[in-house]
Write a new protein. Structure first.
Length: 423
């Protein structure tokens, strides 16, 4: 059991080989299953209904969608060209979360905790993660619980080369960027970069706007900007130790440089005057005042020389550099952001990024779907993100980075075994 800082559960976070490497062993086993006649793929089959007969779930019905060769970043066709029906001894719903469906995200938004939902968000998941099966499971009697629990990141930037519509990439920030709200007010201490996502989300939503800003220097972006996603980390995805070691080299990684040059949320300028002009032009809201932002940056910069500083962000970044790994590849040498030697200046608009659905289909410990009275529905199981990674929300309201796939794999195994035993 973890007591205090640290944790004792398996985490899939920055995995060797990233997503493709992680999926590979499972893919191999599924393909073996196909060869042995145990598994069948039904592509372009969209489930629309869970069928119940004689008091138990007995199959699914759905639409056959037309073939689609959709380009990257374009939604695949939903044109129906036929229908299908499968009868089954057991049905396991593993249809994922709701993060690709912003309307559903807004409907489920925890207004009591976070106020009104954001008008604009970027998608941290593909559009097929649409939450439709939650409603379909509900129609079959399944109870949906904790639907106001969702995990959003606060550091989303629009992908200049999107894979799916409204594709947002999360910046995994190092500790040095100056972080301010839409009006240029510096974030309070609990909202330092990479510290407390939920508290930062709450603070941003209270600001009355749905975005915030990082202001940083070229030296900070070179050392501290990591971007999530397999395409953004070709060294890890390609399992190249040599390329990973090159992260310690001077200069921004090519993927970060591409975002700096082509990303619509990035403003890169030589002077603070030009930077503020660019920030205001990007939003069209004229909320950033030059003297106000410059004054705060100068106050922050003065503390760089002060070894006894009360600026907790600067104190924290010095602590970070006590760890050799962070010192080499994650934390820039402390410097004044406005120092011309560290130019250009960079401002990054940070959007709210959808990602995980922490609530979902209510199940018991055998992954059997429960109805609103808490009784198991015969023949119906749920696993993965659709079931809040297990049970209908096993993470609670907070979530520990990298523990989601564990819940998917574990609840999938439980559901599979329980369905096989029942059959
Ligand atoms: C960019 C990104 C990074 C992530 N990083 C991490 C990480 O570092 N660590 C971690 O632990 N977790 C991470 N996660 C979360 C984790 O990857 C997901 O929670 C997990 O993959 C969900 O798996 P799943 O099988 O439950 O759902 P999905 O992988 O979403 O699969 C659901 C499937 O059901 C299909 N489907 C949906 N509705 C229907 C229907 N009506 N009919 C037929 N088929 C349907 C979908 O097309 C899809 O193929 C990340 C997620 C994303 C998107």
């Amino acid at each position: 059991m973890a007591n205090g800082h640290g944790n004792s559960v398996p985490r899939f976070h920055i995995t060797w080989g990233t997503g493709p490497g992680l999926v590979a062993p499972f893919e191999r086993r599924v393909r073996e299953g196909v060869e042995r006649g145990l598994v069948g793929f039904c592509l372009r089959h969209q489930v629309d209904e869970i069928i119940t007969s004689d008091g138990r779930v007995s199959g699914v019905r759905g639409s056959l969608l037309e073939e689609s060769n959709a380009e990257r970043a374009v939604k695949s066709s939903r044109e129906v060209v036929g229908e299908f029906f499968f009868s089954a001894g057991a049905v396991i719903v593993s249809s994922g979360g709701i993060g690709g469906n912003h309307d559903l995200e807004r409907k489920n938004w925890p207004r009591d905790r976070l106020g009104e939902p954001p008008k604009n968000m970027v998608s941290g998941v593909p559009h097929h993660v649409d939450g439709r099966m939650l409603g379909i499971t509900n129609q079959a009697g399944g109870s949906i619980i904790n639907s106001d629990r969702m995990w959003h990141y606060t550091e989303g930037v629009k992908n200049w080369d999107p894979i799916w519509p409204q594709h947002g990439i999360r910046v995994l920030p190092g500790p040095s960027s100056f972080w301010c709200d839409a009006e240029g007010y510096r974030m309070p201490v609990s909202c330092l970069p990479g510290y407390d996502t939920l508290s930062t989300l709450s603070h941003i939503m209270q600001s009355g706007y749905d975005y915030s800003w990082f202001v940083l220097s070229q030296s900070i972006i070179e050392k501290e900007f990591a971007l999530s996603g397999s395409e953004q980390n070709p060294d890890l995805t390609g399992k190249s130790v040599l390329k990973v070691l090159q992260r310690a080299k001077k200069g921004a990684p090519a993927q970060v440089e591409a975002f700096k040059q082509k990303g619509e949320d990035f403003i890169v300028r030589d002077t603070i005057e030009e930077l503020v002009e660019g920030m205001n032009a990007l939003t069209g809201e004229n909320l950033i005042r030059l003297d106000h932002l410059r004054g705060q940056l100068e106050a922050r910069d003065r503390e760089i020389e002060n070894t006894y500083t009360k600026d907790l962000q600067i104190a924290a970044l010095r602590v970070t550099r006590n760890y050799i790994g962070d010192r080499l590849i994650r934390t820039a040498k402390p410097h004044r952001i406005l120092d011309p030697k560290h130019r250009p200046l960079i401002a990054v608009r940070l959007n709210i990024l959808t990602r995980k659905t922490l609530g979902g289909i209510h199940t018991d410990l055998s992954s059997r779907v429960l109805d609103t009275s808490g009784n198991a529905i015969e023949g119906l199981y749920a696993a993965g993100e659709a079931a809040g990674f297990g049970g209908g929300g096993m993470h609670g309201y907070n979530a520990l980075e990298g523990t989601f796939l564990g819940g998917c794999i574990f609840s999938g195994r439980i559901a599979g075994r329980a369905a096989a035993e029942a059959g």
